[in-house]
Design a protein around this ligand. Sequence first.
Ligand code: KG4
Ligand code: ZN
Length: 333
Amino acid sequence: MKEKILTLGIETSCDETSAAIVVNGREVLSNVIASQIDIHRLYGGVVPEIASQNHIKVIDSVTKQALAEAGTTLNNIDNIAVTYGAGLVGALLVGVTYAKALSQAAKKPLYAVNHIEGHIAANFITDKNLCPPLLCLVVSGGHTSIVNVSGYNAIETLCTTVDDAVGESFDKVARVLGLPYPGGPQIDILAKQGKPSIKLPSVLLKDGNFSYSGLKTAVINYCHTITQNGGEINRADVARSFSEAAIDGLIVRAKQILSKRKQNRLAVAGGVAANSYLREKLNELKKSGYEIFLPSLDLCGDNAAMIASRGYFMFLENMPVAPDDLNAEPSLR
Ligand code: KG4
Ligand code: ZN
């Protein structure tokens, strides 16, 4: 095998158009991200049709820029990896169609990447020596679960949310508080100035899964009651109380699973991995003896470097390449 395998990653599952070049799944040569956040903020959330249109507009230039920044050409690329699910169907189709065309024209193998497995792979970029086995807490806008990563290509879900995802609940609560999209980072900032003075329900269910809809409803009801009584909502306290309730259950459950499985290594993946309260709690776990792995902040959100990394590890262990009729799978688990 060649000493350096170059993977071109392509990611268009939501509102970021991204292309990246990664060497051997760990060294990022380029990671270009064209964010549409400013466009969707005007509507208070992602508008799927607008997302697809903007991916179409920039996908080719973003990919060319990624190749140029890496100082390489499509000819030198060994593999292409593209997100094929989960995500918005029209957005995914842009990346999938573009990657299929590139792969067939340039005769490069194409790997179909599960977006969440890409988020997990971000940890292998940040920590060059990290390898399975480990547990991973997946916390994104669409997913909330704890998975067992027993091998690069062996990932098993141990528990998950039964309704909303944690990032989704951050965004919904932010909207109730009148904060702009995307709400997660806004709540994070506001929570630092607040106190956890409001009693809110736990997200941890008796069966070990999570539920965020009850927490969200409790915050909405709390805010409505205050306004109906002519009071003023202390937004910082709501943000702080909500953040703690949203994160504490995840930490409790992660500790339970680690101790039950006699494991000590916990990685984190997805946009909410950027949350400062979560990082604070994980730091406490680290101090109490657990091995904690966190992607660097620039790799927490959606990006193509993590997709390229995931594609490389599929290539490394001879996973099948994408079929010619590869389609977008919006509800991929
Ligand atoms: O992984 P991601 O970029 O996209 C999905 O795959 O869903 O995650 C986006 C989610 C959004 O819900 C966003 O509000 C949330 O991650 N998020 C945060 C923070 N940064 C992003 N939530 C809480 N605190 C943050 N600092
Ligand atoms: Zn994501």
